[in-house]
Design a protein around this ligand. Structure first.
Ligand code: BGC
Length: 375
């Protein structure tokens, strides 16, 4: 195995189109598009690796894409909520040119829009300059109008499932976007501050009142089960502090119910490709442990993720060595082929954890293979 950090950067760059969009997974039939969620985490990891140009290109692509579909936001705001059909909403993924994908998909997902706002704010903080923020204001304004209107509406979660539920991690993503923007001293955000502050407060209260059961957060309103994506409520969205007792209880339950030898299942009833262990989720839990100062546990997750890389260093979406529903694997393989690999988001989360742990050394700063090839 070579240097998995440098290879991860290569993978992200290789799958970034000239438009700025990152393709989720180039070889997987359904993932040849750019998701706002995957892309925003990838852009954030690139920022942390000092690859600001890549991040900027992605953030600009989203801004253009949202404006391209501004007519949908206007239409959503005009219609009665009860009249809205699934295709009225903004989509969760686009072609690299920012067009909607024609195929039927579970497109109504709000979390990616919150995650984009968060990535914009983090980028602004990291580079210490408002120039790009000013440029992105039209997209930010549209996104805020859209989210303020729809935040309480049930929509598909980050796993693109359960349209009829209100998902805790989705609410956290919206909160995270607002909170991160509110933290910026940028005067150009002043017109939006009252709206963002009110919404962030409302979302937080709503989550605390409706999304906690038995002292821990729940996957969606109406269940007692957890989902590994609940880690996002603190890391990075900070709806709760990592040391908050509810957060601590949630992480303990995630580890008890969903982690198997370092590999992390999404949730207990997951049947997608038999319900394997997601590399990006193990990296995400590692990120949490790094934040609370448990670098030993964080490193264990990092190492588990690294072990899932194949001989080319490609990381899969999920490892299939421990399936929750092995009998359900074949039907997906028949439908869409093998599990997605490489998954760009998995590489992003691995790199991010490596950086947070200070494991990457100078490797990520140096010229990567891809740069050399491009010359
Ligand atoms: C995952 C999503 C992801 C998409 C593209 C789906 O299977 O559930 O979280 O955005 O793949 O990677």
């Amino acid at each position: 195995m070579g240097d998995l950090y440098a290879y991860s950067i290569d993978t992200m760059l290789r799958n970034q189109s000239a438009s700025g969009a990152y393709i989720a997974s180039p070889a997987f039939s359904q993932y040849g598009y750019c998701w706002l969620r995957d892309g925003s985490f990838t852009a954030y990891a690139m920022d942390r690796a000092g690859r600001y140009d890549s991040t900027k290109a992605f953030l600009r692509w989203v801004n253009r894409t949202i404006q391209q579909h501004a007519y949908k936001v206007d239409a959503v705001l005009k219609k009665d909520l009860s009249e809205l059909g699934e295709n009225d909403y903004l989509h969760c993924r686009y072609t690299v040119d920012g067009a909607e994908v024609e195929e039927l998909w579970t497109n109504f997902q709000l979390d990616g829009y919150g995650t984009w706002l968060w990535a914009v704010a983090e980028h602004t903080k990291m580079v210490g300059d408002d120039a790009l923020l000013r440029e992105l204001l039209p997209g930010i304004a549209l996104t805020l109008r859209y989210l303020v209107h729809l935040w309480q509406r049930p929509n598909y979660d980050l796993w693109e499932e359960h349209l009829d539920k209100v998902h805790t991690s989705t609410l956290a993503a919206l909160y995270g976007g607002m909170r991160a923007l509110l933290d910026l001293p940028a005067p150009e955000l002043d017109p939006f501050r009252p709206l963002m502050a009110a919404l962030a407060r409302e979302i937080k209260n709503f989550v605390l009142e409706n999304c906690v059961s038995d002292g821990h957060l729940v996957k969606y309103i109406g269940t007692d089960a957890v989902d590994a994506s609940l880690v996002s409520v603190c890391t990075p969205y900070r709806l709760l502090d990592p040391s908050d007792p509810v957060m601590v209880a949630t992480i303990e339950k995630i580890e008890r119910d969903l982690v198997h030898d370092g590999g992390t299942h999404r949730y207990m009833l997951d049947t997608y490709y038999g319900g394997g262990e997601w590399t990006l989720l193990s990296a995400w839990l590692g990120w949490y442990f790094a934040e609370v100062g448990n670098s030993e546990r964080a490193r264990e997750y990092l190492q588990w993720v690294a072990r899932q890389a194949d001989e080319k260093d490609d990381l899969p979406e999920q490892a299939t060595g421990h399936l929750l529903f092995p009998e359900r694997y074949a039907e997906w393989e028949k439908l869409w082929g093998q599990v997605a690999k490489p998954l760009v988001w998995s590489h992003a989360m691995y790199l991010l954890l490596g950086i947070v742990l200070g494991e990457t050394g100078s490797q990520v700063e140096t010229e990567t293979l891809h740069d050399k090839e491009r010359k």
